[in-house]
Design a protein around this ligand. Structure first.
Ligand SMILES: [Mg+2]
Length: 179
């Protein structure tokens, strides 16, 4: 059971920083044609309502080139809707990652093969497992703080990475330099 789980816990890419530090060109070089983005701790901390300038610029630049979809487990529909509205993006709240149902619907809307869609988030046991179960290109980013920098403490993310290694997942040291 645990051996079966470990490949699902291996992201295709672990970034060297937060989402805004990930060059869009890296994704385009992997033939990525759409992005499914986690919200809390990926775009902004759960406790803030305002994404940093760097994240806002990154999303605006990405949206010029690719379809984006905000995809959150947060049941607070109003919060996720407000963030999505700000960037004029479609969204899913209460997505139930790592379950596949809601993500399958997004893939159907995108009309793209799963490997051409990137699932980007800060959590191995929700974002990465969900994406890997459906064959998306999965990206683990560092959890973000209110200033848009990597969070100094990201206990959940660190604990999940330690647990993933314990069950045999091959994870390069957090967080490797981009190839
Ligand atoms: Mg998150």
């Amino acid at each position: 059971m645990l051996q079966r789980l470990s490949p699902l816990l291996e992201p295709d890419l672990i970034t060297a920083g937060v989402l805004a530090d990930l060059p869009l060109d890296v994704l385009l070089a992997h033939q990525i044609r759409a992005l499914v983005l986690d919200v809390d701790a990926t775009l902004l901390p759960r406790t803030s309502a305002e994404p940093s300038q760097a994240i806002s610029r990154w999303i605006e630049a990405a949206a010029l080139q690719l379809p984006l979809h905000l995809f959150s487990n947060n049941p607070d529909h109003r919060r996720i809707a407000a963030i999505a509205r700000r960037f004029n993006l479609p969204f899913t709240a209460a997505a139930c990652k790592p379950r596949r149902g809601a993500l399958r619907q997004v893939l159907e809307q995108l009309q793209l093969p799963a490997p051409q869609v990137a699932m980007i988030g800060d959590r191995l046991f929700t974002d990465v497992i969900a994406g890997n179960r459906l064959g998306l290109f999965t990206v683990l980013v560092q959890a973000i703080d209110a200033d848009g920098r990597p969070a100094a403490r990201a206990p959940v993310q660190r604990a999940e990475m330690a647990l993933a290694r314990l069950v045999g997942a091959q994870l390069v040291s957090p967080f490797q330099a981009l190839p």
